[in-house]
Design a protein around this ligand. Sequence first.
Ligand code: LLP
Length: 379
Amino acid sequence: MKNLRSFFSARETPFYYYDLELLDATLMALSSANRYGYHVHYALKANNNTPILERIKKAGLGVDCVSGNEVKIGLEHGFKSSNIVLAGVGKTDKEIGYAIDQNIFSFNVESIQELEVIDEIAGKKGKKANVSIRINPAIEAGTHHYITTGAKGNKFGISGEQLLESLDLLKSLSNVHFIGLHYHIGSQITDLNRFKNLCERVNHLQKELQAAGFSLPHLNVGGGLGIDYENPQEHPIPDFEAYFRVFHEHLKLLPDQEVHFELGRSIVGQCGTLVTRALYLKESDHSNFLILDAGMTDLMRPALYQASHKIVSLSEAQNTRQYDVVGPICESSDAFGKSITLPETKRGDILMICSAGAYGETMKNSYNARDLAPAYYSE
Ligand code: LLP
């Protein structure tokens, strides 16, 4: 911490700091997927910084993209097109055309109409596109309602029933190659039973598809494994082993079927920290505000999902106080936590907002015409 303190103090705040050794250790733990022959695609939307992507590529992962630009970023960082999947409910014709030109591994298709459009665009190019159909399994992920994606009423994918109804259409499309089903039930899921429920839904639908004469070589079960935001120091690396074991124990695979995952947060969440300084201390009748120079423009998660990130003050004071920790933005939702106990903090002290590696920088913005926080790395 001593070295970090001088590293942090010497720099203008706010900024992101990444511990690349922790990222490497996380990637090493993730390799427990190899034991079961699973394929992991990194969900690039979580963080697309070059030093991070370089390490992820070196670890042999593919990428999961949700826009043409993400596909481009993946390719520019050396990921093979045969290791790229593209999801998203609103793929444009341009994005579809580009991804077909790049021969990506699979489109994760979110509607019947999109399937027809991919077929048409591929046909015009004289190509055949690999497609997986994204199913909304109607499963509650037990996470914040803004980040469930496979529950009833979510906009993602189609229902299993709709898929069965459209099998004739699928058979008639000659420019797409139907290679599998895709699921993703949500993000920051810490109850592994939710994934067991997913396996049961998958098994059920696979059986029905098999009965209808489809034998699909690939199955993509998405991502969503959560991290410990409360105690990141105690649990810096998620329990990938237990996560993969759930699928190993509960999925009933077809012969020679390959299983794919799309993990984002669990890979990069804990290696990133948002480093900030105390700007002002302000006591009012009801609150004791600690006003930081980092705000919701740097890390949107608390304002958007009431997410709580552990805050560590590098103040060396012995006594503690309770603070309402807020940012400088002109929005009352710009707050990092209420009644947080910290060592007594004074103007200029450095604070760390932990577990900010996933969906931190990729969602940062310049509202209030603010500068974008830069990033520094441990090596
Ligand atoms: N696959 C698909 C199709 C996805 O939509 C997502 C995330 C992932 C994989 C990766 O999920 P992960 O393993 O990272 O949970 N901004 C929110 C999270 C939104 C997640 C969107 N989809 C947050 O900051 O909590």
